[in-house]
Design a protein around this ligand. Structure first.
Ligand code: ZN
Length: 188
């Protein structure tokens, strides 16, 4: 069933309040539910399934303006790696370095005031993070949709294996953060 805002909802069996149909636990009273996810995307999302299905459905319904991803905004490349979008992570990382270098070069050679230049350069960085916050859900949806498309040609007994291409990778994030820290330490 749907509420006024076209969100898929259900009524909690214990407290009778309206909650999201993908929620495994009632937000109000803590009642737990068995949730059957309606589409195969859930098998690839694995973590925060309800949140992402809700975001994806919004994008599908054309309500694109409202999609904003705080994790993508705050953690940018780390978030991309966490959600296993490795190719995109490399592209974004390279772009970050290039944009940062160009911004520094341009601002510091054009503007004689060092404070103003560094403020501008910080502004560019923030704008860049905002861009990733806006694009995050869309990039992730593209990836998940592609995995679901691939899975159509895979026999049922091999699907569990294929689902592992989705999910999250916290180990890779930790390794990356440690590497970045080491590089920072070694730089003069
Ligand atoms: Zn409840």
């Amino acid at each position: 069933m749907q509420n006024k805002e076209n969100n898929e909802v259900k009524i909690c069996t214990r407290c009778k309040r309206e909650i999201n149909c993908y929620d495994k636990t009632c937000y109000y009273c803590g009642e737990e539910f068995e949730v059957e996810y309606p589409d195969e995307r859930a098998a690839y999302i694995q973590k925060n399934i309800g949140t992402y299905l809700r975001k994806f459905n919004k994008i599908d319904s054309g309500d694109k303006a409202s999609s904003w991803n705080w994790c993508a905004f705050l953690f940018t490349v780390d978030w991309l790696v966490y959600r296993k979008m490795y190719k995109l992570a490399v592209i974004v990382l390279v772009a970050t370095v290039v944009i940062d270098l160009v911004a520094q070069l341009v601002f510091f050679s054009v503007i004689s005031n060092e404070l103003a230049a560094s403020l501008l350069s910080n502004f560019v960085t923030i704008a860049y993070c905002v861009f990733i916050g806006i694009m995050g859900d869309r990039w992730y949806k593209t990836r998940i949709d592609k995995l679901v498309e691939e899975s159509a040609g895979i026999p049922d007994e091999e699907k569990q294996q294929h689902y592992k291409k989705g999910g999250t990778n916290i180990i890779a994030v930790i390794v990356m953060v440690l590497l970045a820290g080491t590089i920072n330490l070694l730089l003069p």
